[in-house]
Design a protein around this ligand. Structure first.
Ligand code: TLP
Length: 347
């Protein structure tokens, strides 16, 4: 089976398994796991922040960050297509008493400028109004096809937020993909945010784990939130050990995933029945749809099912959109096999 449902399906590399087996461990609730401490210091340094914190998942990382920045009843500005709003089960409302202030996302992952400016311009705090607490960005942008936000755009958002005394949090689950695609150090992106969450367990291929990073004061607060959410783990150096390998050995190879995604996109775009603009594919995510003609015969659900039977797994995104994600473990041959399977299915 060729599994392109997500880059979360990656299995640890041999070096990770070795590092996990040999990891020096301690109780992290006492701050005594040397491998976690080493990974957190490395992670903070990589993204140019004072401190970092290991969290079990990206979802807990984003939630801990939102809770650290905001108080109950605050509004968090999010994009309409962002993961925090679409796929995190409303955690910020359920557990934090926060309100989502939703601004439309454009297909390139940016926030619709007029709507964002209107939210900020119309905001005057008084006792009737929920306080604006945070602006969230996502880079790369998952539901926008792995779109990359440029450092210039991030700087612009930072400066806009600063004018309104608003901190900025980046859901950077795939921020290393963004940096590799742009050919810049990831700090070019993370310097423009107060906090960042990135996943070790996606393209970087670690089995578990995410990191949040920011100022020391922010991490102190986020550490408390992680505890409240039940994310204070013990000998989790076995997770951090794989994370160290992820950060030191697995970043540059993301370029390979991007190349495979571009190959897949080009093949799909020239397949009758598939609708895809190759220029939208910038990183490891390929999102496409079926033509009206093909939809006379099959919808996205039937396409994904038939493709599964042909040995390839992809995911449905809703609205007739289908997603394929390249990752460690997928080779150029797998892309060719995938294209052959798609052509059989749509024939
Ligand atoms: N995304 C998963 C699914 O939840 C959709 C995937 O397969 O892409 N931020 C972004 C941008 C993400 O894409 C994800 C996971 C998360 C946060 C949450 O990470 P986890 O799954 O570790 O909680």
């Amino acid at each position: 089976m060729i599994d392109l449902r997500s880059d979360t399906v990656t299995l640890p590399t041999p070096a990770m398994r070795e590092a996990i087996a040999r990891a020096e461990l301690g109780d992290d609730v006492y701050g005594e796991d040397p491998t976690i401490n080493r990974m957190q210091a490395l992670a903070a340094e990589k993204v140019g922040k004072e401190a970092a914190l290991l969290v079990p998942t990206g979802t807990m990382g984003n939630l801990s960050a939102m809770l650290a920045h905001c108080g109950r009843g605050d509004q968090v500005i999010v994009g309409s297509e962002c993961h925090i709003y679409q796929y995190e089960a409303g955690g910020a409302s359920v557990l934090g008493g926060l309100m989502y202030k939703v601004v439309p996302n454009l297909p390139d992952g940016t926030l619709e400028s007029g709507a964002l400016h209107a939210v900020l311009a119309n905001y005057h705090y008084d006792s009737h109004v929920a306080r604006l607490g945070l602006l969230c960005l996502e880079n790369t942008h998952n539901r926008c096809g792995g779109a990359v936000l440029s450092p210039e755009y991030m700087a612009e958002m930072r400066s806009l937020a600063q004018q309104h005394d608003l901190p900025v949090h980046l859901d950077g689950a795939r921020v290393f993909n963004a940096a590799v695609a742009l050919g810049v150090d990831v700090r070019e992106l993370t310097q423009h945010v107060d906090s960042v969450q990135f996943c070790l367990s996606k393209g970087l291929a670690a089995p578990v784990g995410s990191v949040i990073a920011g100022s020391r004061a922010f991490i102190t607060q986020a550490h408390r939130m992680r505890k409240i959410l039940g994310g204070g783990m013990r000998q989790a150096g076995i997770i951090a050990a794989a994370g160290i390998v992820a950060l030191t050995e697995m970043v540059d190879r993301l370029a390979e995933d991007h190349l495979h995604a571009a190959m897949l996109a080009e093949g799909l775009a020239t397949t009758p029945g598939i609708v895809l603009d190759v220029t939208t594919v910038q990183t490891d995510i390929v999102i496409f749809a079926l033509s009206e003609g093909l939809q006379q015969r099959m919808n996205a659900t039937q396409f994904v099912r038939a493709l599964h039977a042909a040995g390839v797994l992809m995911g449905e995104m809703g609205g007739g959109r289908i997603r394929a994600v390249t990752h460690y473990g997928i080779a150029a041959d797998d892309i060719q096999e995938t294209l052959a399977a798609v052509r059989r299915v749509v024939a």
